[in-house]
Design a protein. Structure first.
Length: 610
């Protein structure tokens, strides 16, 4: 959730921290702050709101330092205000801590520290850290040892960075449950929640594992565990470029990412389709391909949009592999003692690879001996590293908080996995070739749909003041209805619900009147006639209808208020096309309402707390 960045070196760290925080803002943006140490003195500057406000505040201060840490916050404990913003500090204001995660036993620690005379000025859980570390320093320990001892008392999750005026040659950083990387430069080093914050300066990255604690000097680093064991850390050279995480001329990351989808899904399938054999080749699953095809049951665990992709995956896997497949929210899965048996395979789908619930579900399933496979976008993320095997979606960095290209790339990977298993089981070569061929046509078809951008913008204009929306679809398009509704509510704050179209008459139909827009996902497939009946039912009650329909369907226009015509494909791949207009519709409605599309209120890109 929160974003962390730290610098030690020979340059002025202030602009480096501010630019790093701007890149991390997708992780949280309710307040931000930095603290820097210079000539055995230090200062901290914090502000409510976005990093640009902090930047304005700092501009007049003429700050310059070679060591500093910065934080952008997504509030968990304590209101999003300046006081609760990080960095937090000790009474002497010479030791500073930034923290991403939740200290679950902070009340107990706080009471203990209060008995020792420590005073607390914020409502945050994180504030216990500087005081606790300070209490160990006062007992004569070094900064490193004090952080180690403090973390030994902490329950919960953390990615932290600590600096101290009396040891101004280092940053101490540690992780448990919240992501943290170390970036290696020339006579300078960085710490950050993720590489996007430091990519402008280095591509040499060390990924911290849970339990790791490092001392970062300007020209070297040392690594141990919290329990003081030595650890070897490997330096990875990453290939991501800065261009990939810039807006590239689009007004918002979300629009850029929607428009990128032909390319991003080409990247997801590149080199992975074996056309002649009518199957797929997924390097990451090679070692487990037979076990996978022999699975008695498949489980899919994920959150939010990734969970919707999982639902589409269930439809694909059950239709073509005949392996019973269940999809469960990771947050439910981990707390309800799920039935996991020998022969079960569990996929964990996550764009960020850091979602706390999904990561915890993966860990739980591994304890129970299941084959845990990751489908992640962020290379080197925790889920990617901890799963037994997996597939990267290769969608490229997704910065907009509302997930778009990550979703379609997840669908591509799920269809490749379906193809792989089904061909190993009972799918004919001809059917395999059909799916492979259709898949390869999807990027061009998405390009066609994206040309409707202006048309969809006009529809958005007509509906921007609606208070509610209903999204209805059947079969493969039911999860798309859920996804369309989620996109709209998260960025436009309009209440929206997704339903299987036939379920409408079991309740939601009561909501329909002339104020209720209903989006039907109605391509010409085997359920078309049924969905037309549902459209008639809404029409009879005065509902306003937008239909996503097949381009050859000339009959639907007279039944609905607006149609968005899209190309056809085979049923299993239809969600890759039907979701595109819904992403654009949500985007344009939010823009027309004047809302912050890339950073909607209360949300964060990577949900690393429970
Ligand atoms: C919605 C959205 C969220 C994420 C969810 C899981 O647009 O972005 O619902 O899909 O928080 O995130 P990942 O996929 O990173 O595990």
């Amino acid at each position: 959730m929160c974003g962390i960045v730290g610098y030690i070196g020979e340059r002025n760290c202030v602009p480096i921290l501010i630019n790093g925080l701007k890149r991390l803002e997708y992780r949280g943006y309710d307040s931000a702050g930095i603290s820097v140490i210079f000539d055995h003195d230090s200062t901290v500057v914090k502000n409510k709101g976005k990093v640009s406000l902090l930047e304005n505040k700092i501009e007049n201060l003429n700050l310059s330092a070679r060591l500093g840490i910065g934080h952008t916050r997504w509030a968990t404990h304590g209101a999003p205000n300046e006081l609760n913003a990080h960095p937090h500090f000790n009474a002497e204001k010479n030791l500073y801590v930034i923290h991403n995660g939740i200290i679950e036993n902070y009340q107990t620690i706080k009471k203990g520290l209060q008995k020792l005379g420590y005073e607390f000025i914020t409502q945050t859980d994180s504030e216990v850290l500087p005081h606790l570390i300070d209490s160990f320093i006062k007992k004569g320990n070094s900064l490193f040892k004090s952080v180690q001892l403090a973390l030994g008392e902490v329950e919960g999750t953390y990615g932290i960075a600590v600096i101290y005026e009396n040891e101004p040659d280092k940053i101490i950083a540690a992780r448990k449950g919240s992501p943290l990387v170390l970036g290696i430069g020339e006579n300078e080093n960085f710490v950050a929640s993720d590489v996007s914050a430091i990519l402008a300066h280095t591509k040499q990255i060390v990924y911290l594992e849970d339990g790791d604690i490092i001392q970062v000097y300007k020209d070297h680093f040392t690594a141990k565990t919290i329990l003081d064991k030595e650890v070897e850390k490997e330096v990875h050279e990453i290939t991501m470029s800065l261009d990939e995480i810039d807006k590239g001329g689009f007004p918002h990351f979300m629009l850029k990412e929607i428009m990128e989808q032909p390319e991003s899904i080409r990247n997801s399938m590149r080199g992975r389709i074996l056309f002649d054999e009518g199957t797929s080749k997924l390097g990451g699953l090679e070692s487990v391909a037979d076990a996978l095809a022999g699975s008695k049951r498949i489980l899919i665990s994920a959150c939010g949009t990734s969970w919707h992709a999982g639902l589409v995956g269930k439809y694909m896997l059950e239709q073509f592999t005949r392996i019973p497949t269940e999809v469960e929210y990771a947050s439910e899965f981990r707390y309800r003692n799920p039935i996991i048996e020998k022969g079960d395979t569990i996929f964990f789908i996550s764009q960020s690879g850091e979602t706390a619930d999904t990561l915890a579900a993966l860990r739980e399933s591994k304890i129970r001996g299941a084959l845990g496979l990751g489908i992640c976008n962020v290379v080197g993320s925790s889920i990617a590293r901890e799963s037994n095997a997996g597939v990267y979606t290769h969608a490229g960095p997704e910065i907009g908080v509302a997930s778009t290209k990550a979703f379609t790339s997840q669908l591509v990977v799920l269809s490749l996995i379906t193809l792989l298993i089904a061909r190993k089981k009972n799918m004919s070569l001809v059917d395999g070739k059909t799916i492979a061929g259709e898949l390869s046509l999807i990027p061009d078809k998405i390009s066609e749909i994206l040309k409707l951008n202006y048309e969809i913008e006009k529809i958005a204009n007509a509906f921007k003041d609606a208070k509610n929306f209903l999204y209805l679809g059947r079969g493969y398009n039911f999860p798309v209805a859920l996804e369309g509704a989620l996109k709209l509510k998260e960025i436009s704050y309009i209440h929206a619900e997704g339903y299987p179209a036939a379920e409408m008459k079991h309740g939601p139909i009561a909501l329909i009147d002339e104020k209720m827009p209903v989006v039907f996902i109605a391509p010409k497939d085997s359920t078309y006639e049924k969905i037309i009946s549902n459209i008639q039912e809404v029409r009879a009650r005065g509902g306003r209808i937008i239909a996503v329909a097949s381009e050859k369907d000339n009959d639907i226009d007279k039944l609905v208020d607006y149609t968005i015509k899209i190309p056809d494909t085979i049923r299993m791949l239809m969600p890759l096309l039907t979701v595109i207009p819904l992403q654009l519709l949500a985007y344009h409605i939010a823009v027309k309402k004047g809302l912050n599309v890339d950073q909607p209120r209360n949300l964060a890109k990577s949900v690393t707390v429970e």
